[in-house]
Unconditional design. Structure first.
Length: 148
């Protein structure tokens, strides 16, 4: 079984060293971040807050936004990221096509790994939250219609 927190650690080290830059530039990545269970703090104190018993992460969730003028090669990007982080099951969340709630989950509270220019990750986070808030009424309406 792969150690997904260790894989995230290798990605963080590569990001700090600038080794992710070439991969992200080759695939037109504007923003890359990790989220989900691999980014959860590994402490017994925080485990008590989870509804379900604490488990090791089953995969490494990565949120990616690719430039609008770039044809997304998500399989190639996943393979290139896998070469950097080593053994891990990688799940990519394509922020260009994700729903607002998923986009917010992928960016807010996650771990930034790459941004094509300074501030791009923070801008993506703010945009995600605003879109989620802006569309909340549509989700409430849909639930009302489904319940009637």
């Amino acid at each position: 079984m792969a150690d997904h927190r260790a894989a995230l650690g290798r990605l963080l080290a590569a990001a700090t060293a600038g080794a992710l830059d070439a991969v992200c530039e080759r695939f037109g990545v504007e923003v890359l971040g990790a989220f989900g269970s691999a980014t959860d703090p590994d402490s017994p104190e925080l485990r008590a807050w989870f509804v379900y018993p604490w488990r090791a992460p089953r995969d490494l969730d990565l949120a990616v936004r690719i430039a609008a003028d770039t044809h997304p090669d998500l399989v190639g990007l996943a393979a290139a990221l896998h070469a950097v982080c080593g053994p891990a099951e990688i799940d990519l969340l394509d922020l260009r096509t994700a729903e607002p709630v998923a986009t917010t989950a992928g960016l807010v509270g996650g771990v930034p790994l790459y941004e094509h220019r300074p501030g791009a990750f923070a801008e993506a986070q703010v945009a995600a939250v605003l879109e989620e808030l802006d569309t909340a009424w549509l989700r409430r309406l849909e639930l009302e219609l489904l319940s009637s």
